[in-house]
Write a protein that binds this ligand. Structure first.
Ligand code: PEP
Ligand code: MN
Length: 263
């Protein structure tokens, strides 16, 4: 279903009037985790000012350690809904359990399936029953073939509103958290008709090389970029080292627009 051979035209995904795929690009930004109304409102106001339409924020956090912040769960999704409607934004948040796919539709506009769950086939099948779009993240050690097959699980279960996002893969390199596989972008665009995005925050785990990585993604044909933004990254409950503060985000966003690569 997701193969370019099956459908030569790009899939276009309309999220509250913002079209993802085709001839324009999208920027998705927001905190790693939803932490509080104040945190979310501060980010939402900055995004609205910058003309960003889609805010991210994790409520169910798949953390490496069980002792780390696990997210606010459904309460976090409710906070996203309230703040998004205040600021006129659309939202995306990760869902980790098949039972929460239905509930997600009440609170958010896009379901994110995280890297750690890329091959959670029951979750993929459940996401295939959802009536809202799904953003599928590439698994930490997934080949592109495995990634495309995971997308196919969602599509064959009935939901063809699927987007792919390269978020870095595990290699021996230590200067970045993961290795951004830029070749994934043209290959996935060639092999599938789905929108392909790049998460510059989780792929690099850094703040200092996001502009060149975002430009590389867009130059390679990406349909969008995702980045983590927090009002006070030092105090963030997750991914403190990689989240941009608001002035840093504005600088990145200006740089991307000035590059002429973002249409
Ligand atoms: C995230 O985007 O919140 C996240 C946990 O990323 P990943 O699944 O790519 O690690
Ligand atoms: Mn994160």
């Amino acid at each position: 279903i997701v193969s370019r051979k099956n459908q030569p035209e790009d899939t276009l995904i309309d999220v509250k009037g913002t079209v993802i795929g085709g001839s324009s690009q999208v920027m998705i930004a927001g905190p790693c985790s939803v932490e509080s109304y104040e945190q979310l409102r501060t980010v939402a106001a900055a995004l609205k000012d910058a003309g960003i339409k889609i805010m991210r924020g994790g409520a169910f956090k798949p953390r490496t350690s069980p002792y780390d912040f696990q997210g606010l769960g459904i309460d976090g999704l409710k906070m996203l809904k309230e703040v998004a409607s205040e600021f006129g934004l659309a939202t995306i948040s990760e869902i980790v359990h098949p039972d929460h796919i239905d509930i997600a539709g009440q609170y958010i506009d896009i379901i994110q399936i995280g890297a750690r769950n890329m091959q959670n086939f029951e979750l993929l099948k459940a996401a295939g029953q959802a009536s809202i779009p799904v953003l599928l993240k590439r698994g930490i050690s997934a080949t592109l073939e495995e990634f495309v097959h995971a997308a196919e699980y969602i599509a064959v279960s009935g939901n063809t509103q699927v987007m792919l996002i390269e978020r870095g893969i595990r290699t021996y390199e230590k200067w970045t958290r993961n290795t951004l596989d830029i070749s994934a972008v043209p290959l996935l665009k060639q092999e599938t008709h789905l929108p392909v995005l790049v998460d510059v925050s989780h792929s690099t785990g850094r703040k200092d090389i996001l502009l060149p990585c975002a430009k590389a993604a867009l130059a390679a044909g990406a349909d969008g970029v995702m980045v983590e933004v927090h009002p006070d990254p030092q105090t963030a409950l997750s991914d403190a080292a990689q989240q941009l503060d608001i002035p840093q985000f504005q600088q990145l966003w200006n740089g991307i627009r000035e590059s002429g690569l973002f249409k």
